[in-house]
Design a protein around this ligand. Structure first.
Ligand SMILES: [Zn+2]
Length: 86
């Protein structure tokens, strides 16, 4: 079939997904690229919690935003440091 000239085809056929340990139930699961939810949680524990207190999403968004700004500020500081060293 000519597949021997394309070893990557064989690799794909036998590809297995990385085995991860769920941080919630500590069970092993395959981390598939299309798995929804968190990368460190099994599919069972990736189901969104419906009883989360209201306002949590809002706070998380704010934290994400401020951490993003902190990252940007840190990058800028490193950049300044690099340029001032010239
Ligand atoms: Zn789990």
């Amino acid at each position: 079939m000519g597949f021997h000239a394309m070893p990557s085809v064989v690799l794909w056929k036998e590809m297995s997904f990385p085995i991860k340990i769920c941080v919630v139930c500590e069970e092993e699961f395959e981390l598939k690229p299309d798995k929804p939810g968190f990368a460190n949680r099994c599919p069972k524990c990736s189901v969104p919690e419906m009883d989360a207190p209201s306002g949590k999403t809002r706070r998380d968004a704010d934290e994400l935003k401020s951490s993003r700004e902190a990252n940007a500020a840190r990058r800028q500081a490193i950049k300044d440091l690099l340029y001032s060293k010239k």
